[in-house]
Design a protein around this ligand. Structure first.
Ligand code: HEC
Length: 313
């Protein structure tokens, strides 16, 4: 008896504010809101293509690439990470450090997943400074899996001195530190669009575009400063990094093409893993949360039906 009394009372209490809200924002109003959001997203999409037109030739155009790690089910391609690692060690490591990584990270789950022997072998190729020993002196020894990646230069000044004054940035998290630049006017809309569409690959898209963006000759009328290279993807188009890649530079043993295009793709994927080593775990957790919420919603719906079954409403 009490139950039958309280539930309709509850219902009445619920209905009044709900009904009031309904009348304040009728269906047409809500549809208009959704339409406005869609237009915003579409304009953001336009922003990307309208940007270069608005900003003449100054805005670099960077195309989106296909990556195995994009989308809800995205995951790294182990073979690609290993190839990218090889490109990094054989080419980029002579100028760029990755000091946030340890050699042992290369053997962890979700990455290139090298065997402990392979990790030891790679680490042992580098000499690191250790000490002091019993005589109070520092000494060099082969690196161990627990050591951080060895940087090519002892400090930033030495790095600049060796590169004509330009500093080759540490590449540990470069894939997160860079993205596809958009015209300032459209930037907030572009962010909204990227969040809604789940786009997170701006970093590797930029790195790929940068590594394949060198041109032998700058376009007519472009003044290139001494020692600089023309690059279509780099902001301002003048970069101090000489083109690091050329065909057949790095030997692949899995039959993948030994081209600049493939090297650029592989090393961009490797840098993405370095910047986000837990990407696979994160995406898997997202799926689990979705499934959990779906099951919870179903149970709550069934419980609601049962509770209200004998109440006229
Ligand atoms: C000969 C030395 C050298 C090599 C080899 C080299 N780089 Fe660079 N890199 C530089 C320098 C110098 C800069 C800074 C350029 C500037 O500020 O104009 C740079 C800048 C960069 C940047 C940052 C661009 C930006 O948006 O600021 C990235 C990314 C990069 N290099 C990636 C790579 C990758 C990947 C490789 C290997 C395939 C590589 N580099 C090989 C010297 C090098």
């Amino acid at each position: 008896m009490t139950r039958a009394m309280t539930i309709p009372a509850l219902k009445a209490a619920w209905k009044t504010p709900l009904a009031r809200a309904e009348s304040r924002r009728p269906l047409a109003g809500r549809l208009a809101l959704v339409a406005a959001a869609l237009v915003a997203v579409a304009v953001a999409g336009l922003g990307e293509s309208a940007g270069p037109v608005l900003a003449a030739e100054d805005e670099p155009v960077i195309a989106r690439q296909e990556w195995s790690f994009s989308g809800i089910l995205g995951h790294y391609d182990r073979a690609q990470l290993r190839r990218g690692m090889k490109v990094y060690f054989e080419v980029c490591a002579s100028c760029h450090g990755m000091k946030l990584l340890k050699y042992r990270n290369l053997g962890e789950r979700g990455g290139p997943e090298l065997s402990p022997q392979e990790v030891k072998k790679i680490a042992a190729e580098f000499e690191v400074l250790d000490g002091p020993n019993d005589e109070g002196e520092m000494f060099e020894r082969p690196a161990k899996p627990a050591d951080a990646f060895k940087s090519p230069y002892p400090n930033d000044q030495a790095a600049r001195a060796a590169n004509g004054g330009a500093l080759p940035p540490d590449l540990s998290v470069i894939a997160k530190a860079r993205g596809i630049p958009s015209h300032a006017l459209f930037a907030p809309l572009a962010w909204a669009r990227d969040i809604l569409s789940g786009y997170q690959e701006g970093g590797p898209d930029y790195i790929y575009a940068l590594l394949t963006g060198y041109r032998d000759e700058p376009p007519e009328g472009f003044e290139l400063a001494e020692g600089m290279q023309y690059n279509a993807a780099f902001p301002g188009h003048q970069i101090a990094m000489p083109p690091p890649l050329s065909d057949d530079l790095v030997e692949y043993d899995d039959g993948s093409p030994q081209t600049v295009d493939q090297y650029a793709r592989d090393v961009a994927a490797f840098l993405m893993w370095a910047a986000e080593p837990k990407l696979e775990e994160r995406k898997l957790l997202g799926i689990r949360v979705f499934v959990y919420l779906l099951i919870l919603a179903a149970i709550l719906y069934l419980a609601k039906r049962r509770l209200w079954a004998r109440v006229p409403h």
